[in-house]
Ligand binder design. Sequence first.
Ligand SMILES: Cc1ncc(COP(=O)(O)O)c(C=O)c1O
Length: 390
Amino acid sequence: MTQEHRQKSGFETRAIHAGYEPDEATGAVIPPIYATSTYKQDGVGGLRGGYEYSRSGNPTRTALEGNLAALEEGERAFAFASGLAAEDTLLRALTSPGDHLVIPDDAYGGTFRLIDKVAVPWGLAHSPAPVSDLDAVRAAIRPGTTKIVWIETPTNPLLNIGDIEALATVAHEAGALLVVDNTFASPYLQQPLTLGADVVVHSTTKYCGGHSDVVGGALVVRDLEVAERVAFHQNAMGAVAGPFDAWLVLRGLKTLGVRMDRHCDNAEKVVDFLVAHPQVSDVIYPGLETHPGHAVASKQMKRYGGIVSFRVRGGEQHALDVCGKAEVFTLGESLGGVESLIEHPGRMTHASVAGTDLEVPSDLIRLSVGIETADDLIADLERSLGDGPA
Ligand SMILES: Cc1ncc(COP(=O)(O)O)c(C=O)c1O
C-alpha cells in the first residue's frame, strides 16, 4: 500500500499503517526502536535517509510523526518528550517577547503555569477568556499584538466547548493563529485542522498513548511555513521524544479508534448513572443535551469522549471522600489510559491555579472513564458515593 493511498484511507487504516513501510531489509511490520544517537555517514554529508543525529531525527520518531500527521490531516507532525515540552516549543516558535496570547479561562493547570510563570517572565502577556464565548474571545484579542488564540475543547476539567471553525475565523481576522489542544478529544473524535485551526497540540501521554505507560507530546501543523518554524525550534530546543517513547505512542495509536469508542460507551453509561444519583448535584458531559456546548460538540466531534466531571452534594470533603473510597477507579492524575481514574482537580491537577481566575470548584470530581466492564465502574461509583457525606 503506497503512502498516498494510506493518506486517503479511513481513520483506522491510517492509524495502523501511516508513517511506516515494512522495513526494506527484514520486512519488520512494526518499526524498530532505533536506539541510536548517531548514524554512519557514507562520506562527509552522505546521510542515509537524512539521518545524522537523533535530536534532529530518528526513524522511530519519524514513523510516529508521519502517523500523527495522517490522523490529524496535517502537513507535518512533531513528537516531544511531553505535552508541555511541545507547548513550550510552540510558544517560542510562534511568538517573541512583547506578543500576547488569548488562553482558556479554564486551561489545564500545567498549560496555565507554563504560560503564566515561564512565558510571562520571558515577555509574553496573556488574557484568559471562556472558549465557549466568541465575543469574549474577540474582546480579549489585542489587534496586532495577539499572535495566538489558544484553546482546549473540551476543556480540562470543566469540559467547556469552543467552536473551532468560528474561533479560527475570529483568530484569523485578527492576524492570529488558532492553536487547539486536542488532548481530550483525540484525533479520532475531532480533527481541528480540518475545521480551520493552524496547530494541534497533544499530550500523547493521554489517549494517543492510551496505556498510562509513557509521557509524550506532539504538535501537528497545517501549513509549511509554521512547520518550518516548529521544526527549527524542535531541533534547536531539543525536547524531542526518545525512540522508545515514540514507539509506545505509535503502538497506542494503532488501537485509538476502538479504545475511544469503548471509552465513549462507558462514559455514556456512567453519565446516565450519575445524572440519576441523589448525591450528585451536577454532571458535566458534552454529550448531555443540557450541556451548553452540546450543539457545537455534536457539530465538530464524532462522539463526546471519555472524560466526565461531576459535582457532589456535601462540598469539598465529600468530594475528597468519594475519591478516596473508589477502588476500580484508581485515584490518580492523568487521563486517557485503558484504566479508569478518579481525581479531585482542585487539590490535584489544578492545584496550580488555586487563587487565580482559573480556580475550579472544590466539590468537583473528574473521571477518566476507562474501558473496563461498565457495570463494575458503576458499582464502584455507587459504593463510593454512598448515602452522602459522613
Ligand atoms: C489538556 C492537556 N494539555 C496538556 C497537558 C500536558 O501534557 P504532559 O503532561 O504530557 O506534559 C495535559 C496534561 O495533563 C493536559 O491534560
